[in-house]
Ligand binder design. Sequence first.
Ligand SMILES: Cc1cc2nc3c(=O)[nH]c(=O)nc-3n(C[C@H](O)[C@H](O)[C@H](O)COP(=O)(O)OP(=O)(O)OC[C@H]3O[C@@H](n4cnc5c(N)ncnc54)[C@H](O)[C@@H]3O)c2cc1C
Length: 329
Amino acid sequence: MTQAAPDFDVIVVGSGPAGVSTTFPLLEAGLKVLMVDGGREAKIPPPANSYLNSRASSSGQSEWMLGRDFHALHFAAASSPKFRTPTHSHVFEGFEKSNQIVGEGFVATGSLARGGLSNAWGCGVAKLSASELKDFPFTPEELEPSYESVARRMGVSGAVQDDLSAYFGLDAYADKPIAIDSVQASLLSKYQKKATQLHSLGVKLGRSRVAALSTDRGDRKACDLSGNCLWGCHRKALYSAGDDLQTLRTFSNFFYRPGFVVERVFLKDGLPSIQGQRLSNSTTDSPTLSARKVVLAAGTLATSRLAMLALKIDRPLQMQATPVAAFML
Ligand SMILES: Cc1cc2nc3c(=O)[nH]c(=O)nc-3n(C[C@H](O)[C@H](O)[C@H](O)COP(=O)(O)OP(=O)(O)OC[C@H]3O[C@@H](n4cnc5c(N)ncnc54)[C@H](O)[C@@H]3O)c2cc1C
């Protein structure tokens, strides 16, 4: 029996950093790629003036400070202030319900947004260390070309020879640092005078390497120190995979279906297939699409759930995390 022709070469589930980074090389290789995602978009834009000016004189500031529905007051126990900013409400909205994920003893964070959690992330970037990669089936050196192409595409700033160069490991692919203010400059200068003593205590200080622009790139403009990072950057200085999605859409072999929430992955007539629900549609149909390969890039929790369902794994699995908050401190 001949196999049915697939709709696409590859279906990528998710438009976050993982999804877009997977898709660029596939398109460049000439493959026909479909990307599906939750497709949620921002309802409130971030402030366009400097933070202090907006707070002093903007008549519309309650919209992004508090939210039309008092969004900022709803998440008192949130682990990050990003969960409370009205400009990011779309990022986290509806994730657990649509993906049927419940956190017991932890907060299950995920996104159904276009660009995923990278709409709200802190933009801190660093290479994984050799010890973090020790159980992976490749060496840190084999990742180098990927670090280079992803860092250059995202736009990373902070390249300067300092005590954190080795830790971040991205200076070869990064632009100059974003300017610091007088308080930060004074702190750094005091650190440099006492560096030897502080090193003996295990303390190191330096410039942050962040996926935030210090030089313009097309319609993304360099950071102007407006102080609005918490609400999002109207200049697009902060990297979001949603901006890369715009570039992906210029490829003629790229197809995009927002608002398509995948509910299961399975084999149909021998082909990997996805079945899902349309988010913004009142119809109850469950469209099915096939490809030669399906790539799950729906974020750690949603990807794990879909993979476990497909592989019929019903025993508990341990999740692991790297302490991202520590390096941002
Ligand atoms: C407040 C905050 C700060 C952070 N700061 C940092 C930081 O400084 N540095 C750092 O490295 N990381 C940081 N992170 C983590 C970082 O944002 C994530 O690791 C990263 O976004 C994961 O990318 P991803 O593509 O795997 O998934 P996500 O970004 O979660 O994207 C998931 C995609 O899948 C889609 N999707 C989800 N479920 C389905 C489904 N069932 N069907 C179809 N599509 C689906 C969504 O629409 C989305 O497009 C932060 C996260 C948060 C919340």
